[in-house]
Design a binder for this molecule. Structure first.
Ligand SMILES: Cc1ncc(COP(=O)(O)O)c(C=O)c1O
Length: 389
């Protein structure tokens, strides 16, 4: 008899465990390690947001809500996106509240993909997109962006579509990006938007780091190709609310209607009282992220300057809280081995660049969502480590 475990969904058999978490687990037990590994803000959720959740619990906001989210929250998120990025969405018809952007990615890909469809994913990339593509029996077309400053150029997009005889359904954009911290400029997005419109592609734009852009305004491709773009955003990074699991999908009404079906299949609605916390965050706490950003920016400068001094060059991170640094040439081992050695000898935890796909080989990702003290100590340790090799 065939074992039950051998009878599961074939697509899932092709999925691998998340190598970022795996590597983090591998090194986490090292004594005295300074972990610059995960994308987890070290701030706590703002007090007023926590109070709003407590009040919601006491007011018995503990029932199923409207599947798309409570009315006030949908209004708040559309108002927030309008005020911040000049994006116009109808709160009644163009928004779904999800269990983080993670659920959003799943819902959108499950809605639009048929087995065998092609999805363009610029790399290095946050790994979840390809996992959900696999789960839907579709194919990822990876486009290495290393030589283009870690952005997908319009020319590259056009060429890849041509190479696949126009057989491409969607493209994923993540700006500001994980793992590189690079944010697309208005010119880059507007050139991409033209190609996306010309070929009638779905554009899935993950903008979870939109409130963390340095020295520039965040720009959304949803402004430039509104009929093609499905926008994903959420509370995790802007309000240090990773554990509350609140995100949003926004897009054209007819698409949102269909995505909402998948959302209901998966979760019915997200946690009622957490929605009230998000409501407080997006209204009275609309600028909470800006305070955190000031701190992140100081840390970014300390870390980047320290790394440069040690011989690690990186693209200017204009958003998020990551530095993607090239391992100096004197080290000939691969990025996994290098990161292992750095963890054991220098006691600094980083993520090997090739965990993020093609173009990440020979790099490491460092998260500066860590205390100033730890970042300074990590820099000293890395500099010492390089000198001793
Ligand atoms: C690019 C990107 N998208 C989505 C997520 C997940 O966000 P959420 O907590 O809203 O599920 C992360 C988390 O690290 C991320 O880096």
């Amino acid at each position: 008899m065939t074992k039950l475990i051998d009878q599961i969904n074939d697509n899932l058999k092709n999925a691998k465990e998340n190598s970022i978490l795996q590597f983090n687990k591998e090194i986490a037990q090292i004594e005295d390690l300074i972990p610059l590994t995960l994308g987890e803000p070290d701030f706590n959720t703002p007090e007023h947001v926590k109070k709003a959740a407590v009040a919601a619990i006491e007011n018995n906001e503990s029932h199923y809500s409207n599947p798309r989210g409570i009315d006030a929250l949908r209004k708040a998120v559309t108002q927030f996106l309008d005020n911040k990025y000049n994006l116009k969405y109808n709160p009644d018809t163009q928004v779904i509240t999800t269990a983080g952007v993670t659920e959003g990615i799943y819902d959108v890909l499950a809605t639009i993909l048929n087995p065998g469809d092609n999805v363009i994913i610029p790399t290095p990339t946050f790994p979840l997109y390809q996992d959900d593509v696999i789960l839907n029996g579709a194919n990822s077309i990876f486009v290495d962006t290393e030589k283009d400053g870690f952005v997908l150029t319009a020319d590259k997009l056009e060429n890849v579509i041509k190479e696949h005889n126009g057989n491409v359904k969607a493209v994923i954009i993540n700006t500001p990006g994980n793992p590189t911290g690079v944010a697309y400029t208005a010119e880059q997005l507007s050139a991409l938007a033209e190609v996306i419109k010309k070929h009638n592609l779905f554009c899935i734009s993950d903008e979870i780091y939109s409130e963390l852009t340095y020295g520039r305004q965040h720009i959304s491709i949803a402004k430039l190709a509104p009929d093609n773009t499905i926008l994903l955003n959420g509370m995790s990074k802007s309000h240090a609310m990773t554990g509350w699991r609140i995100g949003f999908i926004l897009g054209p009404k007819d698409l949102i209607d269909r995505i909402n079906v998948v959302h209901q299949f998966a979760v019915t609605c997200v946690t009622d009282n957490a929605q009230f916390a998000a409501l407080e965050g997006l209204t009275n706490g609309a600028d909470d992220g800006l305070e955190m950003k000031k701190t992140y920016e100081i840390r970014r400068d300390i870390l980047r300057a320290g790394l440069e001094k040690a011989g690690f060059h990186s693209p200017q991170p204009s958003g998020a809280f990551y530095i993607f640094a090239k391992i100096p040439e004197q080290f000939t081992q691969d990025d996994f081995e290098f990161s292992r050695q750095l963890a054991h000898e220098a006691k600094v935890g980083v993520i090997p660049g090739s965990s993020f796909g093609k173009g990440g080989e020979g790099y490491i990702r460092l998260s500066y969502a860590a205390s100033n003290d730890n970042i300074k100590k990590a820099v000293e340790r890395i500099q010492k480590f390089v000198q001793s090799h």
